[in-house]
Design a protein around this ligand. Sequence first.
Ligand code: AMP
Length: 400
Amino acid sequence: MAKLTVSDLDLKGKKVLMRVDFNVPIKDGVIGNDNRIVAALPTIKYVSEHGGKAILLSHLGRIKKEDDKPGLSMRPVAERLSNLLNKPVTFVPTTEGSQLEDAIDGLSDGDVLVMENTRYEDVKNGEYVKRESGNDPELGKYWASLGDVFVNDAFGTAHRSHASNVGIASNMGQTAAGFLMEKEIKFIGGAVDNPEHPFVAILGGAKVSDKIGVIDNLLAKADKILIGGGMTYTFYAAKGMKIGNSLVEKDKIDLAKEILDKAGDKLVLPTDSVVAEKFDNDAAHKTVDGDIPDGYMALDIGPKSVAEFEDVLKSAKTVVWNGPMGVFEMSNYAEGTLEIGKFLGTLTEAKTIVGGGDSTAAVQQLGVADKLSHISTGGGASLEYLEGKTLPGIAAISDK
Ligand code: AMP
């Protein structure tokens, strides 16, 4: 059933608790990259422009001891938000108590308030009590009592049951998805539950063990799964091919065999690889067909594989990509990943969905991100969603 979204709510004069993802890189109080704050603006602006009093909650980093708190205050985030919105934002340097409650009572329609980092609640009086990340029932209930409705726009935490997402939702009459969350549900949820065919998944990255859940789930739904990256060579080993010094998960070879048997021709492995003598951008390297020679490690898919993958992709109507095709951080082994990213940008007839840090970095570096249908904002959450798991943060959003 479709989920309630922020545009379904009557916001005028309401205290709108909003879980956003302001988990930005921050060092010595300086924000490194404010993409996540920018991404949250449409929902915040919508609530404010419709007369809601926006009360924003987010986590920032991990807090395990009192000393972690000062460097992970939400204050610089609130200041940046104020600049981006071009209006004052109230920052409250606490997560509970009368100072917070009074500040909320003092809000006018359209105002925006940011409370302190929700993970400050993980450490109380020097003790690591995990009230936020352990979803302490009293904390969720308390935060819910501060608002009239709840909007969850933090997809990146949807795979976790924390007090600031699931805890609040389970104590609130109505929980709606924000626009970011709505888009994740539409595209990733749509691909998993009701994809337009042909549906092609491209899975890369270092390890089979990280992607096994996704492969398993998508084997039942996708028409083809293209495999690249380090995990290729565990599959090669499973087929009895030579892998030289390539990355391999020996304890996953049997599992890889089972997958290959089950998948038949649905699973497509690269047929050529860029191999190097060392794990080093400047090492001697070459392209080889099939087996990886002794003394070499495979660090990228080769040009033949790129062409074969493109041949499968060109008629796709839904494409999901997660994980690089090679050691994308080193320029000599980035070609496979970049070529696939570039090609996705040309698929104007397909829904193209990208998740995971390296694949996202690749399409951004190539400048094709805005040609794709959806770039997921959550790494772990998008993988679990692709695994077909129920994400507690999404399950807790009210049905329409
Ligand atoms: P993941 O976090 O599982 O998406 O994996 C990303 C990492 O996999 C990147 O840091 C890549 O450098 C690495 N990777 C991709 N292909 C290979 C390969 N053929 N050999 C070793 N590492 C690889």
